[in-house]
Design a protein around this ligand. Sequence first.
Ligand SMILES: Cc1cc2nc3c(=O)[nH]c(=O)nc-3n(C[C@H](O)[C@H](O)[C@H](O)COP(=O)(O)OP(=O)(O)OC[C@H]3O[C@@H](n4cnc5c(N)ncnc54)[C@H](O)[C@@H]3O)c2cc1C
Ligand SMILES: *[C@@H]1O[C@H](CO)[C@@H](O)[C@H](O)[C@H]1NC(C)=O
Length: 460
Amino acid sequence: MENQRIVIVGAGVFGLSTALHLAQNGFSSVTVVDRAMPPVPDGSSNDISRVIRFDYGDKVYAQLGKEAYDLWNTPEYAASFHQTPCVWTAQRSSTANAGVQAGGSDFIRKTKAILDDLGLEWHDLAHVDALKSRFPAVAGRPIGEGFEGFYNNAAGWADAGVAIANLRDRCISAGVSFITGARGHVSSLEHGSDGKTITALRTIDGSTITGDRFILATGAWTATLVPAWNSMVATAQIVGFVRLTPAEIAALRDLPIIFNLSTGFFSFPPHEQSGYLKVACHSFGYTLSSTKSMDSVSISSPPTKAIPARANFIPGEGQERLLAGLRDVLPDLARRGFEKTCLCWYNETPTGDFIFDYHPDYTNLFIATGGTGHAFKFLPVIGKYIAGAFQRKLSPELTQKWKFRTEYRDRPREELFTGDRSRKGGDGSRGGPGRREFTPEERDTLLSLTNALAERQSRL
Ligand SMILES: Cc1cc2nc3c(=O)[nH]c(=O)nc-3n(C[C@H](O)[C@H](O)[C@H](O)COP(=O)(O)OP(=O)(O)OC[C@H]3O[C@@H](n4cnc5c(N)ncnc54)[C@H](O)[C@@H]3O)c2cc1C
Ligand SMILES: *[C@@H]1O[C@H](CO)[C@@H](O)[C@H](O)[C@H]1NC(C)=O
């Protein structure tokens, strides 16, 4: 297999980490193709920050997270990694959040048990006063009644754009080839006469890229290229950026990462270089649906045109949710509001498990996706596991966990994904309203802003 031509579509964390691992382990021809050179402006692996933690209600991800965390702390990642405590909070008894906060409590309980089990430290926050005295930068007054929480000092955040640029450079040094722009923007996959083998990728400029084995690491766009068997759905999540003064950056330097599991809201310490404080919601998100002409299946996907930056847009109600979350932690900044907001896309699977497996329809097409909003932190290690699955060398346990599930095909999407608040599902780390489709007005705004950006890009 080492002498075959391996073509990887997608230069996010999954694609690049896989390319590096293969190139460093004897594969002589590895090519990465993408709509843009990484860090890809609207790729999910690109932003000013991503949380790095090993607090998980699932033992496999806790262990994998710890393996990655130890590497984030080495000189290799010093340019992008910032060690910072991570705080988890939930509101046990507010009736306004009935159904959702139960998930938050559940996540906290399971996560503490797993950390104990692995002999890893965590610190209890019995009351909101404990939060405020340990982290004095928290200026707001989150409600104390029903509050529960803990924190882990062994956590932090990575400047995702910087980390991806470094990973790209390591790929180039290791001999990985890149094809980007229109020449790397895949419009379809061509298969051989047997119908079971992919022979080439067709790109939007009309050219083709041939290969022996193909890896799709196309994140939230994956269902636009291959039948998804109902095993993934792309959801848009909300992000906001507040402009800080240099004095505020200094005053908030010790702000921890804080998650509010009751609402999904989470916030980062200041990002010095950009002068932004970033907040987001780990929620059920919005879908942008269309009907795929190829097999008349309705799928959700981000806009596909290459753009130089994400559109400055989120739904009004999302704006409100981000401000409400910020008000609990830093009320003065909430009054200022956001300089910029944007959507960032998750490719979600029903269980939150990644998909690292051959596609059920093709023998030489491997899928590496299903990041489900939590994959970035694994950047230092995930390529080893994806390459392991690609070579069918993973343990039976991991092979099973990350298999391409075909049993969802005929089940309704609503039944499978964690969008419906009334049913259990996922890992309990999400909060906020159920998943919904963008309204026609929201859709028009998002698409017209995106098209304007794409035009600006094509004129460059
Ligand atoms: C708002 C937000 C917050 C998050 N926070 C965290 C966090 O704190 N911690 C954490 O660990 N994770 C976090 N995540 C999740 C993490 O960022 C993702 O799971 C991860 O980046 C997914 O990587 P990927 O390689 O699958 O996708 P991507 O990075 O999106 O890569 C897919 C690539 O495929 C390319 N592509 C798609 N279609 C085509 C095509 N037709 N032709 C050519 N190229 C194509 C795209 O251009 C893109 O570059 C967050 C995600 C979001 C959206
Ligand atoms: C979490 O959200 C709930 C519901 O909005 C709120 O009452 C609480 O104060 C928040 N907690 C923190 C720590 O921000």
